[in-house]
Design a protein around this ligand. Structure first.
Ligand SMILES: C[S@@+](CC[C@H](N)C(=O)[O-])C[C@H]1O[C@@H](n2cnc3c(N)ncnc32)[C@H](O)[C@@H]1O
Length: 299
């Protein structure tokens, strides 16, 4: 899993043969109110390619591990399909989506605009034990904007120094957040959110002609990184997920860390895979895998 910011440019490497195709990720509209660890903004141009390669405009896109939801939001905002179904198990993340898609969106926007971001005020919000969904949504947004890496799993510390020495304010852009929330609220008729377990949702949609964008939590075995640190819910049965994908009536794309174990699973299930490498402005390279029954859309 990688977290990537606007400045990223993207190259594709297929079958270990470098075929640089730089894409300026700054051109991808940032639609999500989250800064999400493992967020897939960098995949958006590839996602558009995939969805546009379908024989007909899809009616339904299902995103079973939605997180910050950039792929679903892009599909809804660009009208790439009729409806998107976003699924997320984490109650904090779920509260944000539920509130944005409800009549409480305005309340949330006002609360964000009126909030004076200081270390003390942020602490006060984070220490509260809210019950109402819209309060939890506000608390989640404050947490996501004030802790290191936007990591909502417990244990992440507040940005006391922050980037550029601005401390807790260094990632606080209330007007931008308000605009994004408003934009999502305006297209809510195309978005359905389910606070649920991805695996039960697969059952519901597996026989439908839906497209599935699947970005599960994953940690490379033996590495200290990713899944377990980044998300409250990080342990899933990957073997089971691959089996389910094999039985889906609609097409799917899975994204994963580039790990041997994942390549083995893809091969065992007869899926194709491609490595997608990103290079940031500091020339640091990261790569992930895109997996599907047929990867010929990735040109
Ligand atoms: C890699 S992140 C998804 C990031 C997302 N693609 C984005 O661009 O922001 C995986 C997400 O799956 C969620 N998750 C973990 N287990 C889940 C489950 N069983 N059902 C639904 N969501 C789950 C995690 O909370 C996390 O938000």
């Amino acid at each position: 899993m990688v977290s990537v910011t606007k400045q990223l440019s993207l190259d594709i490497i297929e079958d270990s043969t470098p075929r640089p195709k730089p894409i300026n990720v700054a051109s991808v509209p940032q639609l999500s109110p989250f800064r999400y660890p493992g967020g897939k903004t960098w995949f958006v141009p590839r996602f558009r390619q995939w969805i546009q390669s379908q024989p007909a405009r899809p009616k339904l896109l299902v995103e079973p591990f939605a997180g910050g939801g950039i792929i679903s939001l892009t599909a809804a905002a660009e009208s790439l399909c009729d409806e998107v179904v976003m699924v997320e198990l984490d109650a904090q993340v779920a509260a944000v989506w539920q509130t944005i898609l409800s009549d409480d969106a305005d309340w949330l926007i006002n609360r964000i605009i009126r909030f004076e971001m200081t270390l003390e005020n942020a602490r006060r919000v984070l220490e509260d034990h809210y019950k109402e969904t819209r309060d939890v949504a506000f608390q989640t947004i404050i947490k996501n904007r004030t802790v290191h890496g936007g990591i909502l799993a417990s244990g992440s510390g507040l940005l006391k120094h922050g980037e550029n020495g601005k401390g807790v304010s260094s990632r606080w852009y209330p007007q931008t957040l308000a605009r994004r929330i408003q934009q999502i609220h305006l297209i809510r008729h195309r978005i359905k959110f389910l606070h649920d377990d991805a695996f039960s949702v697969f059952n519901k949609y597996k026989n439908q002609k839906a497209l599935f964008f699947i970005d599960p939590p994953y940690s490379i075995p033996g590495s200290k990184s990713a899944g377990s640190r980044l998300y409250t819910y990080w342990k899933i049965d990957h073997e089971k997920l691959f089996s389910i994908c094999g039985g889906l009536q609609g097409s799917f794309v899975l994204t994963y860390d580039n790990a041997e174990e994942v390549v083995t699973l893809a091969n065992q299930h007869g899926f194709q895979h491609r490595q997608i490498a990103m290079k940031n402005t500091h020339h640091a390279e990261m790569s992930e895998l895109a997996i599907s029954k047929d990867m010929s859309w990735l040109i």
